[in-house]
Design a binder for this molecule. Structure first.
Ligand code: NDP
Length: 291
């Protein structure tokens, strides 16, 4: 293996984009995928398809993993565990922080070191200068491989030694992504019930979403200071508003799972005596699993 040489295991849309980015930068790229045909286009571009996982691991010290989840990693690497000694596994498969920590121990027991990664962009963002990935695990291993990691996404953010931290940052982004996108589906559903198409409400939806960062910043400071005074908004006001949202959706005959869940959280806040506090007081409630 040379200075600019890497193995990529897992050739879904993400792994393919990563292997392609390395080829574009002149790296020697060895690939392996359970379904070998997914390597065809990369082989045409100069990648070497390893005939086995063992050989894929043997080819390079630096091994990028882009699999569906950590179970897929165990399924792939367990049978080839003897070849893991001395390898750096950059695991860009998403899973829970706890599973990332367990996998780091699993790798260490086999003489390998894991860097956990959480890529924040879709395949089209791979290889782009402005794209970013969270990493965690040994700092020195991260520093050593930084040039290669910056091929995957131009920006990198090492969060600390704990292998779970990158997965945590990834999941923080994902909880926002999925719930926000569902809020958009809800808006589209309500619009549809009223004869409007997604395109009709797009400017309004975008403007609404664009207003959110201002709220994030405003509340972050107050929440960190434990300040939930009802000087700008009161939970009781929010309660009335979210009930209007629920009733509007119910009247339209569309699914109300999401607005009903929001009303439920507000109601718990009211029951806990936060009526005169800001709706940010819900954070205190949400810090604990519901009894
Ligand atoms: P895919 O699920 O499409 O690709 C998964 C890869 O894992 C394939 O190469 C597949 O092999 C392999 N795989 C799955 N199960 C097994 C198994 N049991 N044994 C061996 N190989 C297996 O994922 P993506 O490429 O889209 O993404 C990869 C990772 O990146 C995921 O963890 C995803 O959450 C994360 N991610 C994805 C983003 C996206 O926009 N796609 C954005 C950010 C992160 P085979 O080809 O044989 O099926």
């Amino acid at each position: 293996s040379t200075e600019q040489s890497v193995t990529v295991i897992g050739l879904g849309p993400m792994g393919q984009a990563m292997a392609g980015a390395f080829l574009d930068r002149g790296y020697e790229v060895t690939v392996w995928n359970r379904t070998a045909s997914r390597a065809d286009a990369l082989v045409t571009r100069g990648a070497v398809l390893a005939p086995s996982v063992e050989e894929a691991l043997a080819s390079n010290e630096l091994v990028i993993l882009s699999l569906t989840d950590y179970d897929a990693m165990y399924a792939t690497l367990e049978p080839a565990a003897a070849a893991l000694t001395g390898r750096t596994l950059v695991n860009l498969s998403s899973d829970t922080p706890e599973r990332a920590r367990t996998a780091a121990r699993w790798a260490a027991e086999r003489g390998a070191v894991q860097l956990t990664g959480g890529v924040t962009v879709p395949p089209s963002g791979i290889g782009q200068a402005e794209s970013s990935t969270f990493y965690s695990g040994p700092r020195q291993v991260f520093d050593q491989h930084r040039p290669a990691l910056e091929v995957i996404t131009g920006r990198t953010d090492h969060r600390g030694e704990d292998p779970g931290l990158a997965a945590l940052m990834y999941q923080i982004g994902m909880v926002m992504f999925w719930t926000s996108m569902l809020s958009y589906w809800q808006a589209i559903t309500l619009a549809d019930a009223n004869g409007l198409e997604a395109a009709d409400i797009l400017p309004h939806a975008v403007e609404t979403a664009n207003s959110l960062p201002g709220f994030f910043s405003f509340y972050a400071e107050r929440i960190d200071a434990g300040r939930h005074s009802g000087d700008v908004d009161r939970l009781a006001m929010g309660m009335a508003s979210v009930e209007h949202v629920l009733h509007t959706n119910a009247d339209a005959g569309v699914d109300t799972t999401l607005p009903a869940a929001v009303v439920e959280l507000f109601r718990r806040g009211m029951d806990a005596g936060h009526a005169a506090d800001s709706f940010s007081a819900l954070v205190e409630l949400m810090k604990k699993a519901e009894a």
